[in-house]
Write a protein that binds this ligand. Structure first.
Ligand code: SF4
Ligand code: SF4
Length: 129
């Protein structure tokens, strides 16, 4: 499984290749394209190793996930993590997200084992089927 959204890289290829300075690192340590500074040259599309930048055909400028810059500006978490019903998308420091994932995994395993007549299907079992 692979996530195909912007990783807001520490060393962002898109920032390095942009000739106009349209792509910036924000105060939240995220990477954002300023469409009013973009000239549509597409250099960032080639500069991103993850293929997450696309062109907005209406404005003729590059676009990608902003990690909800506007929401973060007012103290809200990104809309994707807020809306995800299974908490598959989590927002926060990576250490606390990893800990939450471990707890969720342990809890789901316990529930599966306790359910009467239940069997636990592991990833290995599924892929072998
Ligand atoms: S657009 Fe690509 S290179 Fe730029 S921060 Fe996102 S994932 Fe990294
Ligand atoms: S398309 Fe826009 S954001 Fe991308 S490299 Fe060119 S000027 Fe920068």
């Amino acid at each position: 499984m692979m996530s195909d959204v912007c990783k807001h890289c520490v060393k962002a290829g898109c920032i390095e290749v942009c000739p106009t300075g349209a792509i910036i690192r924000t105060e939240f340590d995220t990477v954002v394209i300023q469409s009013d500074v973009c000239n549509g040259c597409r250099a960032c599309i080639a500069g991103c190793p993850f293929g997450v930048i696309d062109m907005n055909m209406i404005s003729g400028t590059a676009q990608k996930c902003t990690l909800c810059y506007d929401r973060m500006g007012v103290g809200l978490e990104p809309a994707c993590s807020k809306a995800c019903p299974t908490d598959s998308i989590q927002f926060g420091p990576s250490a606390s997200c990893a800990s939450a994932r471990r707890n969720a995994w342990t809890s789901s395993r316990r529930k599966a084992k306790c359910a009467p007549g239940s069997t636990v299907t592991t990833r290995t079992a599924r892929s072998a089927a």
